[in-house]
Design a protein around this ligand. Structure first.
Ligand SMILES: Cc1cc2nc3c(=O)[nH]c(=O)nc-3n(C[C@H](O)[C@H](O)[C@H](O)COP(=O)(O)OP(=O)(O)OC[C@H]3O[C@@H](n4cnc5c(N)ncnc54)[C@H](O)[C@@H]3O)c2cc1C
Length: 459
């Protein structure tokens, strides 16, 4: 730590902004957080999208670093694996890990945000709600914030700005006006819509609570995550426009009767759990999904981006928030290590950009797996082999999902090992229908040849 007084202005008091506020205050920084929306603790949470989120080890580690884990876990529900709903058969649980030490957690976005805001405020961060970043004069170190309630503006002098203002970042747009960030966005041809499974009449969960439910249907799917008030949030992922094969699409389901008929045909077991289907379908908007790529995340020592503002990704690995939380810990570490802000921001970007790119790609890959493959025989055989190899080569063959979800090794390392392991699995299972017929000696040799032992990042 340096002796000089240090101040940061964080744009966005969502998930990453609030967590960063706590981490920096604990390190003695003076912190102001500006949030476009009103205070969710006063007027309820108006998050507008993805009601609940899967929290994994990377996110939990960051919460522990901020002493926020206990308060958040109070609201969390364990998800042991994927409960896959296919046809009329009983749904089957595909465990994520070996036991209940290897699970993920469902958390309500509003509860999580409120816990983090309370802790940030208690740690001494100044929170300013109804203050959306509107314009920045980087030369004069002045930022203008607009109050959406009455359109009034106020000007603030800053030393440096941190953009935690999400995928539509206003700070990113302001930086881009003075320096080309090399921005490109790839929007997915799929969007999403959320629906709700309420509690049973006796107040309990309607389906198995400790699982992430999936109804895979090839080019589209529904998932459901539990909430601690005994509801589930169902998300339908579907193309915006009809694909060449004539499959269903949001633009054909603008009338609720058509949407209901689609669910009766393709998701009857899910529809039976959603009594207010018509209302939910009409009221909840179709959300966009995409990946945001930037060549640079910082403007010398004056501004830096993190979380979705820097690297929004599709949600199919459940890692966007987890990655954003890792960003916060990394930025705080670089701010500790370098007195000069430009050096700290550059070091942060150099460390995190390859990892963000890796999880962005793995999230896109996982989309194909979730919607298309979780009920395929070859996929299930490879998954069974993955678990067998984990037992035969502990610490050397670590399943892809475990590297991303239960470990904190860099995402880029998880991705390169995943690519090697996928080759091993494909070679081993080609032409086979069961583990019993595999050539284990050849597989073991392949593993020892290609994979070095893998240790997690120390706590
Ligand atoms: C359908 C869906 C499901 C998802 N599921 C998961 C999951 O299971 N697990 C997971 O890890 N991730 C998941 N994600 C990703 C996760 O939501 C994001 O990665 C995460 O919210 C990023 O946090 P953030 O703080 O960077 O941005 P945000 O959470 O978007 O927060 C940005 C904040 O900035 C504020 N803001 C915006 N503009 C301004 C402005 N001009 N001035 C001031 N404030 C502003 C916003 O109001 C908001 O409070 C999912 C995303 C979607 C869309």
């Amino acid at each position: 730590m340096t002796a000089a007084p240090r101040h940061l202005t964080i744009i966005g008091a969502g998930l990453a902004g609030a967590l960063l506020g706590i981490l920096l205050r604990r390190r003695g920084w003076d912190v102001d957080l500006y949030e476009k929306r009103g205070d969710p603790r006063v007027q309820g949470y108006g998050g507008g999208r993805s009601i609940n989120l899967a929290l994994a080890e990377r996110g939990r580690h960051a919460l522990r670093a901020a002493d926020a884990d206990d308060a958040v876990m109070h609201h969390a529900i364990m998800m042991r694996g994927r409960m896959v709903h296919v046809g009329d058969t009983e749904p089957v649980l595909q465990r994520y890990g070996r036991d209940d030490d290897e699970v993920i957690w469902s958390v309500h976005r509003g509860d999580l945000n409120i816990v983090l805001l309370d802790l940030a405020e208690a740690a001494g961060a100044r929170l300013h709600f109804d203050a959306g970043l509107d314009a920045v004069d980087f030369e004069a170190h002045r930022a203008v914030f607009r109050d959406p309630r009455d359109d009034s503006t106020r000007e603030v002098v800053f030393e440096a700005l941190v953009g935690a203002d999400g995928a539509g970042s206003a700070l990113r747009a302001a930086m881009h006006r003075v320096c080309d960030l090399g921005q490109r966005s790839d929007f997915l041809d799929h969007g999403y819509k959320e629906l709700e499974i309420p509690p049973r009449a006796d107040g309990g969960f309607r389906i198995e609570p400790n699982a992430l439910h999936i109804w895979p249907r090839g080019h589209y799917m529904c998932i459901a995550l539990p909430n601690d008030e005994k509801t589930f949030t169902v998300t339908l992922f579907l193309p915006h426009h009809a694909p060449a094969d004539g499959g269903p699409a949001f633009d054909q389901l603008t009338e609720v009767e058509d949407a209901r008929a689609f669910f009766e045909r393709d998701f009857p077991s899910a529809l039976a759990l959603i009594p207010a289907f018509d209302r939910d379908w009409r009221e909840n908007p179709v959300g966009q999904l995409g990946t945001l790529y930037l060549d640079r995340w910082h403007l010398d020592g004056r501004a830096v981006l993190l979380g979705d503002a820097a690297h929004a990704m599709v949600p199919f690995h459940g890692q966007g928030m987890n990655c954003a939380f890792e960003d916060c810990v990394a930025l705080a570490r670089h701010l500790d290590a370098h007195e000069d802000l430009a050096t700290a921001f550059a070091a942060f970007e150099a460390e995190r950009k390859p990892d963000a790119a890796a999880i962005q790609r793995m999230a896109l890959d996982n989309y194909l797996e979730m919607r298309d493959r979780v009920d395929d025989a070859d996929y299930l055989l490879q998954r069974a082999l993955e678990l067998a190899l984990q037992d035969r080569h502990p610490g050397r063959f670590v399943p892809h999902y475990a590297m991303v979800t239960f470990m904190r090794i860099p995402y880029s390392l998880a991705m390169s090992r995943t690519d090697l392991q996928r080759g091993i699995l494909e070679r081993a299972t080609a032409g086979h229908a069961s583990l019993a017929t595999l050539d284990w000696a050849a597989i073991d040799a392949d593993v020892l040849d290609l994979l070095t032992p893998l240790a997690d990042v120390p706590a």
